[in-house]
Design a protein around this ligand. Structure first.
Ligand code: ADP
Length: 319
């Protein structure tokens, strides 16, 4: 391919900019032309497409969010909507498209490929819930943001002998809760992948309290229940002063960590290599620190695997 496009779609994630930069620079390095699609799939359908140069992606490697802007579009879920997108791409002479986004964005990329336009998916989401990769771009930064908050809350929890419930993002995947829970020394982690009885948890906290434990930190992924609900149920059993913090959208933003910038640069460049060789319909990822790529249909059919060894370890270490 000689002319390709790049877009970011769905929820933004820190490191998306570093990925776009890698796509643009790698393409130009290989004498390809590169076009930016602004505003995700909505921008694709409306033709918000501009040629990018080396300088277009200067000074963005360290910025959160995405300078290409992101969007959600219901129309793109229809075949007619996607045809509009394909027409726009063809109008600009674009032969392949790099889609940086989450699960939903991958589905769009898969359908575009099936309908005749080759795409490569790059995993960009803080949730770490994309199959075919151990880590997604943005996850490391999000967990570091959560840990910063957990550490601060721990200071006040120990000063006031309180129980703190911290709600973090993760509707279907508990990765943020799990990693932040282990790294933050939480007493209990509630994730969608492991069923837990809140009454039993509360009883365990109460036992700890009776043994002289002064404070506890519980991390709950939003997909399990709200932090307020968890706090209410725990307080009913333990009668301990329980406070709830919902971290919300602070987890989405911020300066990407080194890990995310390096991952984004590697994955973005690999996506371009695939298109350079006329290989579309792939999803790139990282496994055992090696870059991998899968058929995007197969990747989407794989289950997302959370590391339950980490879950087990966090339980063992929080007795
Ligand atoms: P994410 O990519 O972060 O998971 P979304 O699920 O909102 O975010 O998906 C982003 C966009 O991808 C949607 O707004 C829609 O335009 C497109 N998309 C999502 N699911 C599908 C689907 N099943 N078919 C086609 N396009 C989809």
């Amino acid at each position: 391919m000689k002319r390709i496009g790049v877009l970011t779609s769905g929820g933004d994630a820190p490191g998306m900019n570093a990925a776009v930069r890698a796509v643009v620079r790698k393409a130009i390095y290989h004498d390809m032309e590169i076009y930016g699609v602004f505003g995700g799939y909505a921008g694709l359908m409306s033709g918000n497409i501009k040629k990018l140069e080396l300088g277009s992606v200067g000074d963005i490697i360290h910025r959160g969010g995405t300078f290409l802007q992101s969007a959600r579009s219901e129309e793109f879920k229809t075949k007619e909507g996607r045809q509009k997108g394909i027409e726009q791409l063809k109008k600009h002479g674009i032969e392949g498209l790099v889609v940086i986004g989450g699960d939903g964005s991958y589905r769009g990329a898969m359908l575009l490929t099936e309908e005749g336009f080759p795409c490569v998916g790059v995993p960009g989401t803080i949730d770490n819930d994309i199959p075919g990769t151990e880590f997604t771009i943005g996850f490391d930064t999000a967990v570091n943001t959560v840990i910063d908050a957990v550490d601060k809350i721990r200071d006040t929890a120990s000063s006031h002998e309180r129980t703190f419930v911290i709600e973090v993002m993760g509707r279907n995947a508990g990765d943020i809760a799990l990693w932040a829970g282990l790294a933050g020394g939480a007493e209990t982690i509630l994730i969608p992948e492991a069923e837990q009885d809140i009454q039993e948890i509360a009883q365990r906290l109460k036992n700890g309290q009776e043994r002289g434990k002064k404070h506890s930190i519980i991390i709950v992924a939003e997909g399990v229940m709200s932090g307020y609900e968890a706090g209410k149920q725990i307080e009913e059993v333990t009668k301990m002063d329980t406070r709830v913090t919902v971290l919300g959208h602070v987890q989405r933003g911020g300066t990407p960590t080194v890990t995310d910038r390096v991952l984004a640069s590697r994955l973005g460049a690999r996506a371009v290599e695939l298109l350079l060789n006329n290989t579309g319909g792939r999803a790139v990822g990282i496994e055992n620190n090696q870059l991998v790529d899968y058929d995007i249909i197969e990747a989407l059919a794989m289950p997302h695997k959370i590391d339950l060894d980490i879950y087990k370890l966090s339980k063992e270490l929080s007795i």
